[in-house]
Design a binder for this molecule. Structure first.
Ligand code: ADP
Length: 391
């Protein structure tokens, strides 16, 4: 086992004007035994990062170290890592036993009986001992992914690298395998990097989550911290489902102890405590984005039944009953569509008017450049729990 350090790493594909910067100045320090999930939208540089750690892609600038040793010029087979892919990458003509043992045969000089014992132990860990003499074609997608995992663990590598390993599985199996991979990782204690575009996987699996966008690290922190205290608007919108509700406003007027922030056409406004605005250095005329998580939106059936300063009216577009609660899609009269998670007993009619309210304590505020000024539960943006922030 070993730490994996990604230091000031940049990856360019091509050069000059036609060149693409796939990863820019990336710094991620993965501790020995830690499980870090790289998450972000398609094209943000996740796979490129993983492939550089694996040695499948060259590094344009910076260094990658495994166990304290710089591996920039080390061949993939000499890096002592095991990779698990989305497409399983099993040999169709070999049995499961041969597939699991294949890498071991070439990467170690273990005698045959010891190799076989390790293959059987790995198969047992993955609960596929009964399949050892089958061929991949006879297996379901979930079973094949178990074989791929077995093949990774049998090598007892210094690190596991997972590249979207669950994307080919159906939703139910995906959830099951998520838990299994997490359990396996913590039992084996092997340093792991896991790439996914699925924020739910990132939230449920990692010790820490690295959110990437446009090849740059946006935030590196434990999942709950990323959710509660996103460092910028991108992270706030990317993590969470349904995603955070946003309202683009301009700081308009100062009133009695409150400042009014309004959307440009003034159909919607919200009054912030003046002391909050002063503390955060929010100036009149500046642009400000309000953010609220759907579970923090307080929806009432009677629009009149609310404090007008901290609420507004919305039209119910869609009601989605989830069993435990209902998801509402709300039209707030502008470009933004809002979601609200409400009690399952609250079922407003589609097309009806409701009151939407939220307390300042649950509010996230973002500056015009996307930077977080204030996150939920904190008085200001001086939250220091987060370890890495890109501007
Ligand atoms: P992700 O895994 O987050 O979807 P990638 O790491 O695959 O993103 O890609 C990051 C960026 O690099 C994208 O803009 C992609 O088009 C580009 N890219 C990836 N691989 C290559 C390649 N072999 N040649 C040129 N550009 C590439």
């Amino acid at each position: 086992m070993a730490s994996v350090t990604i230091e000031d790493v940049t990856k360019m594909y091509g050069s000059g004007d036609g060149g693409i910067v796939a990863v820019s100045d990336l710094d991620i320090d993965i501790r020995d035994g830690e499980f870090v999930v790289l998450v972000g939208p398609s094209g943000c540089g996740k796979s490129t990062t993983l492939r550089m750690v694996a040695g499948l892609e060259s590094i344009t600038e910076g260094t990658i170290s495994i166990g304290g040793e710089v591996v920039n010029n080390t061949e993939p087979r000499d890096r002592d890592i095991a990779m698990v892919f989305q497409n399983y990458a099993l040999y169709p003509h070999m049995t499961i036993r041969e597939n699991i043992g294949f890498g071991l045969r070439y990467s170690s000089d273990l005698p045959a009986d010891e190799r076989n014992a390790r293959v059987e132990a790995a198969a047992e860990t993955m609960d596929i001992e009964d399949l050892l003499d089958s061929k991949p074609g006879q297996l379901s997608g979930g079973q094949r992914q178990r074989v791929a995992l077995g093949r990774a663990i049998v090598r007892e590598p210094q690190a596991f690298l997972f590249d979207e390993p669950l994307s080919n599985l159906d939703a139910k199996l995906r959830v099951k395998m998520r838990t299994e991979i997490s359990r396996l990782q913590s039992e084996l204690g092997v340093t792991s990097i896991y790439v996914t575009h699925d924020q739910a996987e990132a939230m449920t699996m990692g010790d820490r989550v690295a959110v990437l966008d446009g090849g740059e690290l946006q935030q590196l922190a434990p999942p709950q911290e990323v959710y509660d205290h996103p460092t910028n608007r991108f992270v706030a919108g990317f993590i969470g489902s349904p995603s955070m509700d946003f309202l683009e406003t301009t700081v308009e007027r100062t009133g009695e102890g409150r400042i009014l922030v309004s959307r440009s056409n003034e159909t919607l406004s919200y009054a912030l405590e003046r002391s909050t605005a002063d503390r955060l250095g929010i100036e009149t005329g500046s642009d400000l984005t309000l953010g609220v998580r759907p579970e923090d939106v307080d929806v009432s059936g009677d629009p009149a039944d609310r404090d007008r300063r901290t609420s507004f009216e919305a039209t119910v577009d869609v009601v989605e009953p989830m069993g435990s609660d209902n998801f509402l899609t709300l039209d707030v009269g502008g470009p933004e569509s809002w979601s609200a998670r409400v009690d399952s007993s609250f079922v407003p009619e589609e097309g009806s008017q409701v009151g939407v309210a939220f307390d300042e304590s649950v509010l996230h505020l973002f500056a015009a450049d996307g930077r977080t000024l204030k996150s939920k539960g904190t008085g200001d943006g001086s939250y220091h729990g987060t370890e890495a922030i890109a501007a």
